[in-house]
Ligand binder design. Sequence first.
Ligand SMILES: *Cc1c(COP(=O)(O)O)cnc(C)c1O
Length: 432
Amino acid sequence: MEDVPNFINEMVRQHHQLFENGLPMIASENVLSPAARKFMVCDFMDRYAEGLPGERYYQGNKYVDEVEIKCNELAKELFKVPYADVRPISGTNANQAVLFGMIKPTRTITVPDVSAGAHISSAEFGSVGFRGLRDYSYPWDLENMNIDVDESIKLIRNKRPELALFGMSVFLFPTPIKELMDALMEVEAIVWYDGAHVLGLIGGGQFQDPFREGVDIMTGSTHKTLPGPQRGIILCEPKSKGMKPEKMMRKLNFGVFPGVLSNHHLHTMAALAITLAEHLKFGEAYAKQVIKNAKALGQALHERGFKVLCEHLNFTESHTIAMDVKPLGGAAQLVIDLETAYIITNKNLLPWDHVDDALNPSGIRLGSQELTRLGMKESEMDEVAEFFKRICIDKEDPKKVGADVKDFKKNFNTVQYCFGAGTPAYKMFEVI
Ligand SMILES: *Cc1c(COP(=O)(O)O)cnc(C)c1O
């Protein structure tokens, strides 16, 4: 029989090496701090904790309860809200909990359009559809890569949604919540903001603050711009006239358990508490640099001849930029060449692409958050853009560029903006 432990060990070792050599630029990923990582392997991972602290179904949760209470408190403090639930085990799981708890099948929801860069969980063929809801998408302003305010106000007045969902996976600019708020209040919609991508920017005070703009509920992933363990979160500050505050919080609670999970993953919750504490301390500086780096990267790529979206708006207000690489033959081959040169990215449909273009879409989506976390600043974004040019425009041999990428990356393999900053990022554990 094949030696499985050796095989797995070798694969993980090579994976670590890929990321140590490379530039991680997927907009939905990040790297854990050493302190958070430490708790990813502890006996919490072997246990069950169903229900709420103090009201569990199994014994043995005395210390788990303390950690869950602390984690919730830190989340409430960071996002300045009266209600937090850190039990969801992913962003999609958090969204499902809201859909199960808050709205019944056949009712009406308004959603951002998947073709414009929204997440599949808000789609007809994703969680919203599986809940059996009637969904209507906000009209999209292609030029500004944002919701079309006037047309969306008409849609809201016309469809009168019980639940109005916002938030993107290609999230370049803040959503015009304030501008839509009058119409949303008029129809007494419950306003729900999916902040999966931008949670760390919001927590760092550098993106829109959805709760101060009128949102009732925010969900998110805790591992994108918030550099925590892979997990989800639900935050709430009820305002809508559509439902009493206590009822909203009760429904969210039941949506999570028993709605969409029984146990949750206790070791990653312990790690999340560390991330939230770190973000309270370092989040502002980190988020500022993430956004500066994204803008700098957009500018540097633009100057080298790439078609970066929304030049007239300085490319982005978040961690993300999007490029149209159709003139360079489409994204399919480019992302492979980039990977050969140790640059990890993803191809992405742009709003004007046809679904048939899914295998070779026009777009490449890039995020600056993980490079920032590894200590890069604006001047490094310029060097990164030069690697992109050599591969995608000059068509230099990706292997040759890769050797230079590896060399450049040597100085950026420790985690910053955290307790114990400066610890190696991809060598936390000696893989046996
Ligand atoms: C990534 C993402 C999610 C889902 O997150 P997972 O943690 O991967 O389940 C939900 N909504 C949006 C907008 C996202 O970008």
